[in-house]
Each structure stands twice: as structure tokens, then as C-alpha cells.
Design a protein around this ligand. Structure first.
Ligand SMILES: [Fe+2]
Length: 263
């Protein structure tokens, strides 16, 4: 008897992943609020393409910097309504919710105590935070601030640790951040080298160690979508169960306010 071993069809893993329904809480699809979508046309193009990829809901995450831009929930709502109106009633793709990507600097605790940061979707007291990327930019003793916020009931999700130079040069910071209760979000495009070799290597290393809780797109422009598709495919090929957890189930639970960390 002759056995034929068929190679898996390219894209089959991505189709399987998409069928589970993808959710995202780190993206810059709102136009005119940061370095993301420039105008309504770009916002619509990005949301339509995300829908075609299998995304069901998006909590948006415009950059929030206490020193500069502060896109409040009230600022975001009319922009979301404008995008949804342009997409039309028949649009079956993702719905949009509010959120923010907050810079983790020395003013973080102060701003949080003032209640100015938008939460991720419906996740009460849960915030997406990022460190500045450059070398030496992670605040000293950041874990003290993170721990204080945690004790007072805040959950911090750290955006793309793999892209932060200080984390690339000092892997010990991973333990420090995790010990302070921070959850980790992979920038999925790091897997295909979008942010260089160091970010790609650290991303796979953290994936291997099971350090990530979520994987999000962090898309800024329509042309990011081709890279995002390749990246989701790479993640699905790497491990389908992990991909489903990071891109589908866990971000869904987080956005809906029901996520419970298994740790
Ligand atoms: Fe971002």
C-alpha cells in the first residue's frame, strides 16, 4: 500500500484559529488621537480587514500619556460611533470598545489615583500599560508602583515586554514584573521580525516559558494587516492551543471583565 503524506495546506492553521473568534485590546484603529489611523478611511479599512481575519471585538488603545495626549472615554465614544456608522448596520465584523495604552512612568500611580485612565473594555480596574522602548527608560523600582496599584485592586497588563530594550538586555526584569503581578501581552507581529531580531528572540523565549497571557495586534496603519496575518499564522503554526488561548479566549475574557489568571 502506498501512503501519501499530505503537507498541511498553507493558511489552514490560521483558518482554524480564526474560527475560534479573535479578540484584541491593543490597537490604534481610532483616527486622529495618536500615531495610529490618520483618518476615518484608514480606521474603516483596518476594522474591515480585522473582521475578515476573524476578529469579533476590539477594545481600542490610543496612547495615553499624562504629559501629553489623554484620550478619555468621552473623547473616544464619538469617534467609535463615527467608525461604526461608516461601516454600516450590516457590518458583521468586530464591535469597538474603549480603552487606552498608558505610559508607565513616574506619574502612573498619581494618574490612576485620580481615575483618569480608561480601563480595557469592560474590565474594571484593568489597564494596559507600556514602558518606553529605549535603553534605560524603564523607571527604577517600577515594581513598587505596580505592587501598590495591585494591592489597591488594579490589574496591570504590560504591553509588548519583548520590544523594551531594558527587558531585552536584562531578562531578570521579566521576573520582577511578573512578581509585581503584571500580566504580559505579546505584540504578535514581533514573531515575524517586525521589531527586529532581539524582540523576535525574546518573544519566542517568553512564549516557550509560558510567560504571556495575551497576544494582541498593536496595529497602527492599514499596511500592518499583511504582517499581522503572517504573525497570527506563525503563532497558530507554533502551537494552536496556545494561539487560541492568547488571541481568542483570554483577551475575550479580559475585555468582558471575566478574566481570571490561573496563577
Ligand atoms: Fe500600542
Amino acid at each position: 500500500m502506498v501512503w501519501f503524506f499530505k503537507k498541511k495546506r498553507p493558511g489552514a492553521a490560521l483558518e482554524q484559529l480564526a474560527a475560534t473568534g479573535l479578540w484584541d485590546f491593543h490597537n490604534h484603529v481610532l483616527h486622529g488621537v495618536d500615531d495610529g489611523a490618520r483618518d476615518l478611511e484608514q480606521s474603516v479599512a483596518m476594522v474591515e480587514r480585522l473582521g475578515a481575519l476573524g476578529y469579533r471585538q476590539l477594545a481600542v488603545s490610543p496612547h495615553f500619556d499624562a504629559q501629553r495626549a489623554q484620550p478619555s472615554v468621552e473623547t473616544q465614544r464619538p469617534i467609535i460611533e463615527q467608525i461604526e456608522a461608516a461601516l454600516g448596520r450590516e457590518f458583521a465584523g468586530p464591535r469597538l470598545r474603549t480603552g487606552a495604552e498608558v505610559i508607565f512612568d513616574d506619574t502612573l500611580v498619581e494618574g490612576w489615583e485620580d481615575g483618569v485612565f480608561p480601563c480595557i473594555g469592560d474590565a474594571r480596574d484593568t489597564y494596559l500599560v507600556e514602558f518606553a522602548f529605549g535603553s534605560g527608560r524603564v523607571p527604577r523600582r517600577f515594581e513598587d508602583a505596580a505592587f501598590r496599584m495591585r494591592v489597591k485592586g488594579a490589574t496591570l497588563v504590560l504591553a509588548h515586554p519583548e520590544r523594551v530594550a531594558d527587558f531585552q538586555s536584562d531578562p531578570g526584569l521579566v521576573r520582577v514584573a511578573r512578581s509585581a503581578g503584571m500580566l504580559f501581552q505579546l505584540d504578535v507581529m514581533a514573531l515575524v521580525g517586525r521589531y527586529g531580531g532581539k524582540a523576535r528572540r525574546l518573544a519566542y523565549s517568553l512564549l516557550e516559558k509560558g510567560e504571556y497571557h495575551f497576544a494582541c495586534s498593536d496595529i497602527h496603519r492599514p499596511h500592518d494587516l499583511d504582517t499581522l496575518e503572517q504573525a497570527l499564522s506563525a503563532l497558530a503554526d507554533w502551537d494552536m492551543d496556545v494561539a487560541c488561548r492568547l488571541v481568542s479566549h483570554s483577551p475575550r475574557d479580559l475585555i468582558e471583565g471575566t478574566f481570571v489568571s490561573e496563577e
